[in-house]
Design a protein. Structure first.
Ligand code: ZN
Length: 228
């Protein structure tokens, strides 16, 4: 809202450039995933629906902002006051909560220089370049938010593990083996049993509370590691 536009055309051009840039970034992101030994056609096919969904969402958001900007511009021309974006308190979604918890887990699993070892192949990766691998798939709500279930994993293993090939079986087995070493068998079994349980704790206030809790944990962890 702070941009000074002279004409409506300027606004349209600005938002067009913005969305084009965003789309190119999204494509670039999915292409970098392919740099890891995998055939690029294969990976793009695999990721195409996800990519398209994200592009659609970005276009929708961009359009909303463009319309708002134009409305404001017109009101200003007429000498009226600008609309301000009313910031509603956003509901914490499953995804946004998971993102926070996953970040916490990657930080927890990395050393003072922010490198950690992949839970399944032991490769050393920077936490920003690593994925977070769920042992029990994140579609199961009961275990999705449990930090015993989320560990730093290299992108390669994470992508491969989601498929159903011989290799992915091996990656899953290695994950389990290393997980037992890390958190012990009884906790691994709790996760495996939890797969079929109902997540009756899951409500918006729980998600909000958890998000806050993990944001604080991240802050603490960062401060601790920087202190080393
Ligand atoms: Zn790995």
């Amino acid at each position: 809202m702070s941009k000074k536009f002279k004409t409506e055309e300027d606004i349209r051009k600005y938002y067009e450039a913005k969305i084009n840039w965003k789309i190119s970034q999204l494509i670039f992101y999915y292409k970098t995933l392919t740099n890891q030994k995998i055939n690029s056609d294969w990976i793009l096919k695999e990721y195409e629906p996800k990519l398209n969904k994200r592009i659609e969402r970005a276009e929708r958001n961009n359009k909303t902002k463009l319309n708002q900007e134009i409305k404001n511009f017109q009101r200003k021309q007429e000498g009226k006051k600008e609309y301000k974006y009313k910031k509603k308190e956003k509901e914490v979604t499953k995804n946004s909560l998971l993102k926070t918890i996953q970040k916490y887990c990657r930080l927890r699993d990395s050393d003072k220089r922010w490198f950690g070892h992949c839970i399944s192949c032991n490769k050393k990766v920077h936490y920003k370049k690593a994925d977070w691998g769920h042992y029990i798939s994140r579609i199961h709500n009961y275990t999705a938010f449990n930090t015993d279930n989320i560990h730093l994993q290299c992108k390669w293993c994470n992508i491969k593990m989601s498929l159903s090939t011989e290799e992915s079986k091996e990656i899953r087995n290695n994950y389990r083996k290393n997980l037992i070493k890390k958190i012990w068998l009884d906790k691994v079994q709790i996760l495996e049993e939890g797969k079929h349980k109902v997540a009756d704790f899951l409500c918006s206030s729980w998600k909000k509370e958890k998000k806050q809790e993990y944001l604080e944990k991240i802050k603490k962890l960062k401060a601790e590691k920087d202190d080393w």
